[in-house]
Design a protein around this ligand. Structure first.
Ligand code: HEC
Length: 279
């Protein structure tokens, strides 16, 4: 009798242990998935902690920023992502990598493409004059440099717009593709064209409901631009910002008046769908 009792107690303890272990595991995975919109790598912080991996010399033919062949000291960017983030818990096909730059510019590309493209984070330009890290970049008449990091590739076509080459990069962020769906018009098909144009041309610099870049102002919340601009002026501004403002930072993007109207129609639609997003 006694032996049976001990056995069943041991059995119970075993089962309990098994159940609680499994519960813990499940909780962890769930947390990671929920937190997916929040995964951020602070590159300067990793650099300070010496966690960027070993330096490599890379040669970039036809560099799209400098328009010539360049040599950089760099670190392997996909290795950093793989080392710092447990990608087995990330739905890679449905995730974007967003590159956050010093001025709030936030270009993005599919994570899957990034991982396959052999990206490097350049931190020093071999051609730079003594005492500086970079050969200067001239953009819109202003002199810039690429500090602290410039994202480059050695084996992708440099004219393929799908690959992003941001400089002044400070953070990598992984976001679910679904987060952009939050800005998708759901009950008005007419504004879909404007939405697609907006995603392509504007979201790198502007946020709607807190989602998007921060180089330019938020366009929807608390007050939509469509509420304080005259509609025809707004359409013209988006086509040619420099005709409105001196020393304007927003570039002329080469969009037509009709496309601009489509974007404004989309912005009007979003003004009826305001929502603050915590991101
Ligand atoms: C490279 C970054 C960049 C891109 C891309 C960009 N903008 Fe801008 N935008 C700005 C900046 C910066 C400002 C602030 C004014 C300035 O200095 O140019 C601005 C200002 C504006 C304003 C005026 C806001 C106000 O209240 O005065 C509107 C409207 C606007 N942008 C719409 C758009 C739309 C629509 C697109 C896409 C077709 C777009 N922008 C693309 C950077 C950008």
């Amino acid at each position: 009798m006694k032996i049976v009792k001990i056995h069943s107690i041991l059995f119970c303890v075993f089962i309990l242990g098994f159940i609680s272990c499994n519960q813990k595991k499940e909780q962890k995975i769930e947390q990671t998935v929920n937190a997916q919109a929040e995964i951020i790598l602070d590159l300067l912080d990793l650099q300070k902690k010496n966690k960027l991996g070993k330096d490599t010399l890379v040669i970039v033919e036809n560099d799209p920023v400098y328009h010539k062949t360049k040599k950089y000291l760099a670190v392997n960017a996909s290795a950093i992502v793989k080392k710092e983030i447990d990608l087995s818990k990330v739905d890679i096909k449905n995730t974007l990598i967003v590159f956050e730059c010093i001025d709030g510019y936030k270009p993005e590309m599919p994570l899957e493409l990034f991982l396959k493209a052999k990206p490097y984070l350049a931190f020093k330009d071999i051609d730079a004059a003594k005492g500086s890290n970079w050969e200067r970049i001239i953009k819109d008449g202003n002199e810039m440099n690429a500090d602290p990091f410039y994202l480059v590739y050695t084996s992708v076509p440099t004219d393929n717009q799908e690959y992003k080459w941001p400089y002044n990069v400070i953070k990598f962020q992984l976001v679910s593709k679904n987060i952009n769906n939050a800005l998708k018009p759901i009950d008005d098909e007419k504004v879909t064209k404007g939405f697609v144009l907006y995603q392509k041309q504007c979201i790198t610099c502007h946020a709607i409901n807190g989602i998007g870049g921060e180089m330019g102002p938020e366009l929807n919340y608390p007050k939509s631009v469509t509420e304080y601009w005259k509609e025809n002026e707004l359409v013209d501004y988006i086509v040619n910002p420099a005709s409105f403002r001196n020393k304007v930072k927003m570039p002329t993007l080469g969009i037509t008046k009709q496309q601009s109207q489509e974007i404004v129609d989309y912005l009007k639609y979003m003004s009826e769908h305001k929502k603050v997003n915590s991101n």
